[in-house]
Design a protein around this ligand. Structure first.
Ligand SMILES: Nc1nc2c(ncn2[C@@H]2O[C@H](COP(=O)(O)OP(=O)(O)OP(=O)(O)O)[C@@H](O)[C@H]2O)c(=O)[nH]1
Ligand SMILES: [Mg+2]
Length: 363
């Protein structure tokens, strides 16, 4: 499906930048356009993919081009004061080509998470397409209480303001000694997130040679999966495969070869899907509390065997206790791996979110 991506604040803009980079590298494209809106001049200047005419600095009277350093009240005032200009920066993009908007922000900050609900409300009022949030949870909790409190407020405001909120947890994706403010660490986190998100949204698009998948995941299926609203998470796994060379097919052992292959395929798809669901998600959740799911399997067309994919989908339905599991393929003829991406939506049980909410309540 086709997205307009808006990066809000420092984290949001860098994630939007990483999404633009991942999109231009891939076989398929899901990006209509990207814009970055921030109160921090040096942060905007350090972006690499988003063109300069798509970067807008605001709040200069109060933030002096240096951001709000976590002060949500000041940031919210700046966003409200300049709402018309900020909205216009998005409205000027080729929005008619978008199936949805994706608004990104780091929830512990001030600029991104206070602008996000403001902008989302306006976009939902004007455009008839969903507005999704992509929110980052801070690594620091006990150490930096203000950040946890900010994130606790933001998570509720953002789920209320968007059609769904996809979360990425810095705490889960960094080791104890790693600092989420370190540019190299940040870049790694953003690449991980961008590659998952890009794989999901690119799924139904034609590749650069104009080939479209047979059992495509069209925009409406992604939209239906997100329709639960609330918190969403993404799982991903890939597995290398050994592809039979054409000479092995010429040995006259067709029946045996094909039988052998189907079991190999079923097993490989099953293992990959299990690893995607049981492995590290973008945010850890109680998998059984998800209302809907979407399973996208990718790989060489002969590996996307119908039975294998159907089996994996019913396994996922069991694992999540959800009957609403959608699915589709991304055939990529020239790769030596199969991939599985799993989107779980309408999650009601997420310990990390509960801990951040509690921090905000106790303030
Ligand atoms: N994954 C990831 N997280 C980031 C990145 N930058 C910041 N964060 C996280 O996002 C939080 C918010 O930081 P910023 O995005 O800089 O905040 P902001 O929205 O710009 O707001 P202010 O700077 O306070 O005005 C941080 O506390 C980190 O938890 C990034 O590039 N990637
Ligand atoms: Mg900032």
């Amino acid at each position: 499906m086709q997205l307009i991506v808006c990066g809000l604040g420092g984290a949001g803009s860098r994630i939007a930048d990483a999404l633009a980079a991942a999109d231009s590298e891939g076989e398929r494209s899901s990006l209509v356009d990207t814009v970055a809106l921030d109160t921090d001049q040096s942060s905007l200047a350090a972006l690499s993919e988003i063109p300069e005419d798509r970067r807008q600095l605001f709040g200069t009277l109060t933030a002096s081009g240096r951001g709000f350093g976590g002060n949500r009240r000041q940031a919210a005032e700046a966003a409200a004061e300049e709402r018309t200009e900020l909205y216009r920066a998005v409205d000027e993009l080729p929005t008619s080509r978008a199936d949805a908007f994706l608004l990104c922000a780091g929830l512990a900050g001030a600029t991104g998470p206070t602008l996000l609900p403001e902008l989302a409300a306006k976009l939902r009022e004007v455009y008839g397409v969903p507005v999704y949030g992509l929110g980052v949870l801070p690594a620091a909790e006990g150490e930096n209480r203000q950040r946890a409190i900010n994130a606790g407020y933001a998570v509720d405001e953002l789920t209320a303001a968007t059609d769904a909120l996809l979360l990425f947890d810095n705490k889960l994706w960094t080791k104890g000694s790693e600092d989420e403010a370190n540019p190299a660490i940040r870049a790694r986190l953003n690449e991980t997130l961008a590659s998952r998100v890009t794989t999901l949204f690119e799924a139904g698009e034609t590749d650069r040679q104009g080939r479209v998948a047979e059992s495509v995941v069209d925009a409406s299926e992604v939209i239906n999966t997100f329709e639960t609203g609330g918190v969403a998470t993404l799982g991903y796994a890939s597995q290398e495969i050994e592809r039979p060379t054409s000479s092995r097919f010429g040995l006259g052992l067709f029946t045996q070869e094909e039988e052998l292959e189907e079991t190999t395929i079923i097993k490989a798809v099953e293992t990959t899907v299990r690893r995607a669901v049981r492995g590290k998600l973008t945010v850890d959740v109680d998998r059984g509390s998800a209302q809907r799911g979407l399973l996208v399997t990718g790989g060489p067309p002969e590996w996307l065997n119908r039975r294998a994919v159907a089996d994996a989908r019913s396994w996922l339905a069991q694992e999540t206790g959800s009957v609403e599991i959608r699915g589709g393929d991304i055939p990529t003829p020239d790769v030596d791996e199969i991939v599985a991406i799993v989107l779980l939506t309408g999650v009601s049980n997420c310990e990390r979110v509960d801990a951040l909410r509690a921090a905000a309540r106790e303030e």
